[in-house]
Design a binder for this molecule. Structure first.
Ligand code: ADP
Length: 810
């Protein structure tokens, strides 16, 4: 028979249940109670049995807690592994000497059910006994078996729980150990870092209220105080008065956990101001409360002072630079005046001198003077650019004409050197361009001039095309001496020349390309050069294509407007022949019909036979003037045809009078074509995008034109017409001048003034100054009148000379 008592596997199984701490103690006791009730016995036990003893896990009706193995009845249950019922113990052989049986009130009845572990071993029993003999019913036995199963079930659950708890405990311990290790490493790193920080920085610790709790030596060195003087003091003690004001806000924010850093002003013990770069870091506890604030700082007083000194030096240098540029700009300007005089007189002498030797000297003076003037102009440009007082104009100009002009200036030089000098402009390059006409001329003259200068034979060519939708590309090509490779980059630098002897051989200052580059870049373009020594060079520059489609459109619209509004019949009352011609030319471009009356009488005559859509009325006319004519038109003829007055100069009072007479609007001479047609559109078609001049007095002050630009514009570049106009001006003005002088000698001052007024229109048309005419018109004394007539005569002489020059040049 198997010795179950010493079965190791059984004992192991038993231990696995025994070691656990079963929290279900009450449940087991309840089950023991249940056993005693079901079996109607005074005592019941749930017990474990090992090789030495049986001990009770739960019990009712007995005081024992354990029994030696030998004295147990349950040992027979363990051995059989089955339920054991002993109805009468006295009759059972196994118990013949049993101490708990063979005694007074000993055990008579016994029943035990094995507690079988999950691996099949009996580790204990559920048993009950009585002092009387009895036998249990089958139901009671089944109930007993169910209870034993339930005990085992409870034991298994507890065992699993305790195993799991154990496992979790192990994992947790492992984790805690790992975390501790990490903390240790982090702490070590932090300590090392903090030590390093402390070594090179000032470190201060504050309480959350800003009380200094600790400082290191670095900080003491920066601030000049001893440790004892600082500990326990408030942060305020380190601040200047101004900083103290808002310091509470600073600390409020720190106490909310905000990190602060920046440059701060602090006060040294000796009262001097110091600058620190500092960071203030609030230290939080586990409940996120600020427990202290650590500040790490560095003294940056020297750096700040150096920065300030540098800034000051820089602004001083800038200022000096601007002063220098202004000085150069002024001085160059001042030098130009005497040089112009020198050159002017040299020109006169050159005209008159016949002695060859003197002529040679004079030519040298002239050449040197020209070079000097050129150099000064370059320097002036440069200094203006640098002083920021150089403005680039941006107005609409005729690109093709500008290029033509440059070519006409340089043609002679190219011809003298027998060079082919040509240009080619791609057909899609627009005729008009918005930019600085004069600067473009300057750039082209410099590049093309250089090309001619450095080319001995072959050709110089300008190519112009569109690089893309928004860029114009200019190429100046020559077959000249070329530029060495190593100089290609530097020739755009100031005073740079490709070869040492360039200046001697070709003249020049080495400023031209630098200025061109600056001018091009100022207009948003770029310049580059390609060259082969001995073969030639190619300068390429771009200019942003700033032609505004709007402007073009407006110009275009203007034209179409003029053409499309073709139904008007217009009467003009004007006695000035020049003006009459001009208006005829202007109206030729349109389909409007224009009738011209020399004075008011003629105008009224025409009005009696024709119907007009609009009247242009000169104010100052012989016989019947503009005001009188307008009055008759409104009051007698009772016509409400729009009347636009055309006038040279007028006062507000006069204009008010015109308005009261029924003149609708006025336009000042010299007026622009568009301006005139806008007004006509307004009054004839009721177009409202144009303003009534009467209502916009301050806007109408027309610019005094002092060149032929106005005439050119009005004649749409028609040279023949311009010529005719100039001839007419010359003829008319000299006739008028004679008439004026005659009238003066006859003391007919009224006529003198009338003639002066009339002349004003003609003068304005060619852009001549009308100041003297103005004075004559308003002059009262005979003496000053005489003086001014002399002045006028002189002015007219100059104008005529200039006109003759122009007429012979064209
Ligand atoms: P400069 O007044 O001396 O002509 P620039 O600035 O216009 O000054 O030109 C600088 C130098 O670049 C010139 O002196 C010349 O050596 C070189 N250079 C400019 N254009 C040409 C060219 N088309 N061919 C050869 N060399 C040129």
């Amino acid at each position: 028979m198997k010795d179950y008592r010493n079965d190791i596997e059984r004992l192991k199984a038993l231990i696995s249940y025994e070691i656990m701490d079963t929290p279900e103690e009450k449940s087991f006791n309840d089950l023991a109670e249940l056993v005693s009730i079901i079996c109607n016995t005074p005592a019941a036990i749930i017990s474990f049995i090992d090789d030495k003893k049986q001990w009770y896990k739960a019990k009712v009706g007995t005081t024992n807690t354990e029994v030696p193995y030998e004295e147990t009845i349950c040992q027979y249950v363990v051995v059989s592994g089955n339920m054991l019922e002993i109805p009468n113990a006295l009759e059972d052989e196994r118990l013949s000497n049993h101490p708990h049986v063979h005694t007074e009130n000993g055990v008579r009845f016994y029943i035990g059910v094995p507690l079988v572990s999950d691996n099949g071993h009996t580790i204990g029993t559920v048993c009950t006994f009585d002092g009387i003999t009895k036998k249990l019913s089958e139901e009671q036995k089944t109930a007993l078996t169910i209870i034993a199963d339930h005990v085992m079930h409870l034991l298994d659950i507890s065992k699993k729980n305790s195993e799991l708890t154990e496992e979790v405990k192990v994992i947790l311990e492992q984790k805690i150990e790992e975390a501790n290790e990490t903390i240790k490493v982090t702490e070590a790193a932090y300590n090392t870092l903090f030590k390093a920080i402390e070594k090179s920085n000032a470190v201060i610790e504050f309480s959350p209220k800003g009380i200094i709790e600790s400082v290191n030596d670095n900080f003491l060195e920066i601030i000049g105080y001893s440790r004892e003087e600082l500990i326990g003091k408030k942060h305020d003690a380190l601040l200047n008065e101004t900083e103290k004001e808002n310091n509470h806000l600073f600390w409020e924010s720190l106490n909310k956990g905000a990190f602060k850093s920046g440059r701060f002003k602090r006060r040294h013990k000796d009262g001097s101001q110091i600058w620190i770069q500092a960071s203030y870091s609030p230290v939080l506890n586990s409940s996120n409360e600020v427990v202290k604030v650590t500040k790490i700082a560095q003294n940056i007083t020297l750096e700040i002072n150096a920065e300030k000194a540098l800034e000051k030096a820089k602004s001083l240098a800038d200022e000096l630079n601007v002063q220098k540029d202004h000085f150069i700009a002024n001085i160059s300007h001042e030098i130009r005046t005497p040089i112009n005089a020198v050159l002017g007189f040299t020109d006169l002498l050159l005209d008159e001198e016949t002695d060859t030797k003197k002529l040679k000297y004079l030519k040298s003076v002239k050449t040197s003077g020209d070079n000097l003037l050129h150099l000064i102009n370059d320097i002036l440009d440069l200094s203006k650019i640098e002083a920021g007082i150089f403005l680039v104009d941006s107005s609409l100009f005729h690109l093709y004409e500008t290029i033509e002009n440059v070519f006409s200036i340089l043609n002679l030089k190219a011809e003298q050197k027998n060079l082919t000098f040509s240009k080619s402009i791609a057909s899609n390059v627009p005729e008009h361009f918005i930019g600085d006409k004069n600067r473009l001329t300057q750039i082209l003259i410099n590049l093309l001039g250089n090309a001619i200068k450095f080319t001995h034979e072959g050709r110089v060519n300008l190519n112009l095309y569109l690089e893309n939708d928004s860029t114009l590309k200019f190429e100046v090509t020559d077959t000249g001496i070329g530029i060495p490779n190593d100089k290609l980059k530097s020739i755009f630098e100031r005073f740079s020349q490709a070869q040492e002897n360039t200046s001697r051989q070709f003249g020049g200052s080495g400023l031209g390309l630098n200025i061109s580059k600056l001018l091009i870049e100022k207009q948003g373009g770029q310049i580059n050069v390609e060259s082969t020594l001995g073969k030639g060079s190619k300068f390429i520059f771009t200019l942003p294509f700033t032609i505004s489609s709007e402007t073009l459109n407006t110009a275009q619209k203007q034209k179409t407007k003029i053409v499309s509004n073709s139904t008007l019949k217009i009467l003009m009352c004007e006695d000035n022949e020049m003006n009459q011609n001009l208006m005829k030319a202007v109206f030729m471009e349109t389909n409007h019909s224009l009738d011209i009356a020399d004075n008011g009488h003629e105008g009224l005559k025409l009005l009696s036979v024709n119907t007009y859509d609009l009247i242009l009325m000169d104010i100052q006319m012989p016989e019947l003037d503009g005001c009188e004519t307008a009055t008759i038109i409104r009051k007698e003829l009772k016509l409400n045809v729009p009347i636009i007055a055309i006038t040279a100069h007028s006062t507000l009072k006069e204009r008010e009078r015109w308005l009261s007479l029924g003149i609708n609007d006025y336009i000042s001479k010299p007026f622009k074509k568009e301006e005139l047609f806008e007004k006509i559109d307004f009054w004839a078609f009721g177009k409202t995008d144009i303003e009534n001049t009467f209502e916009n007095e301050e806007k109408t002050a027309s610019d005094t034109i002092i060149s032929l630009g106005y005439l050119k514009e009005m004649s749409a570049g028609d040279d023949r017409f311009m010529k005719e106009m100039l001839q007419l001006f010359a003829k008319q003005s000299s006739e008028n001048m004679t008439l004026l002088k005659e009238s003066f000698s006859e003391k007919d001052f009224r006529t003198v003034k009338n003639i002066a007024h009339k002349l004003k229109t003609s003068f304005s048309l060619i852009g001549a100054d009308v100041l003297i005419l103005d004075i004559i018109e308003t002059e009262n004394t005979e003496e000053t009148l005489s003086e001014n007539i002399k002045k006028l005569e002189n002015q007219l002489k100059n104008i005529t000379r200039e006109i003759n020059r122009l007429l012979t040049n064209t």
